[in-house]
Design a binder for this molecule. Structure first.
Ligand code: ZN
Ligand code: FE
Length: 274
């Protein structure tokens, strides 16, 4: 890898949200000097952040090709050229990402030495055909950047893949350590909970989460990151093995068989019309 960054070794990283568009989060991994951006759909808000925090941009991580995740790449590459900063753009091997330097697929590793962090790549087809996630299996706090695949209390729409692909992708994420911090790219949590409560109305953890989320939003706070543990308790798309959700799916669509995959397929279709 190109690496002109100072070889600062620190485990003291921060992850900050840069708000973009209506409800996107561009995640900034920072230490005192450097920043790596995840899914920078809008360059202007990123450049404002970089200048306000007086940081050097060293890498961009892309999860999938949609414009709200990639639209800022070109301008950020040019910005770094003007500043004479060495920038690496990482993205999925199976999608067309502008200015992509390193094409990634399942089990590849991305090491960001300035942050002393390594990500394992997980293929997550479903929302788009080549969608990937970045997973850092840290000691105390594993970190996941999962783009538009797993949202808090929901999941991405299936645009390019099949229900079984999306189901399999979400199952991979469910098997990550429970304490993993889940950084998705949209603040969709309240709308997702409204649907989740329709499908799974007696879920106590979900009812409590609704209260917590409403409070966070009323005070202008992000509901992200979530955790894998939390999502297993409240996210209907990770709970299709539960009888309550299978019964709801059958009420919505009487053809649904009592299988986890069929239930998933039905509630994903239901959410599309909700
Ligand atoms: Zn997307
Ligand atoms: Fe998106």
């Amino acid at each position: 890898m190109k690496s002109t960054e100072p070889s600062t070794q620190t485990s003291q990283i921060n992850i900050q949200a840069i708000n973009a568009f209506n409800d996107n989060y561009i995640w900034a991994i920072t230490n005192k000097e450097m920043v790596t951006l995840v899914d920078p759909g809008d360059a202007d808000v990123c450049i404002k952040f970089i200048e306000a925090e007086n940081l050097i941009l060293n890498a961009i991580l892309i999860t999938h090709h949609h414009a709200d995740h990639t639209g800022g790449i070109e301008a950020l590459v040019e910005y770094c050229q003007q500043k004479q900063w060495s920038l690496s753009v990482y993205g999925p091997a199976n999608e067309n990402i502008p200015r992509c330097d390193v094409q990634l697929k399942e089990n590849d590793t991305v090491t960001l030495s300035v942050f002393d962090i390594s990500f394992n790549i997980i293929d997550l087809p479903g929302h788009t055909a080549g969608h990937i996630a970045y997973f850092a299996d840290n000691d105390t706090t594993p970190i996941l950047f999962c783009g538009d695949t797993l949202f808090s209390a929901g999941c991405g729409r299936i645009f390019e893949g099949t229900p079984i692909q999306m189901f399999t992708s979400l199952s991979k994420l469910m098997n990550l350590p429970e304490q993993t911090h889940v950084y998705c790219t949209h603040e969709y949590t309240q709308a997702n909970i409204a649907f989740a409560l329709t499908v799974d109305p007696t879920n106590e953890a979900l009812i409590n989460y609704d209260v917590k989320v409403n409070e966070l939003r009323a005070n202008g706070h992000a509901t992200i990151p979530s955790t894998i543990k939390q999502e297993k308790q409240i996210n209907p798309f990770l709970r299709c093995h539960e009888q309550n959700i299978q019964i709801s799916a059958q009420k919505f669509s009487p053809d649904t068989t009592i299988s986890t995959l069929d239930t998933f397929t039905t509630i994903r279709r239901w959410k599309d019309q909700f």
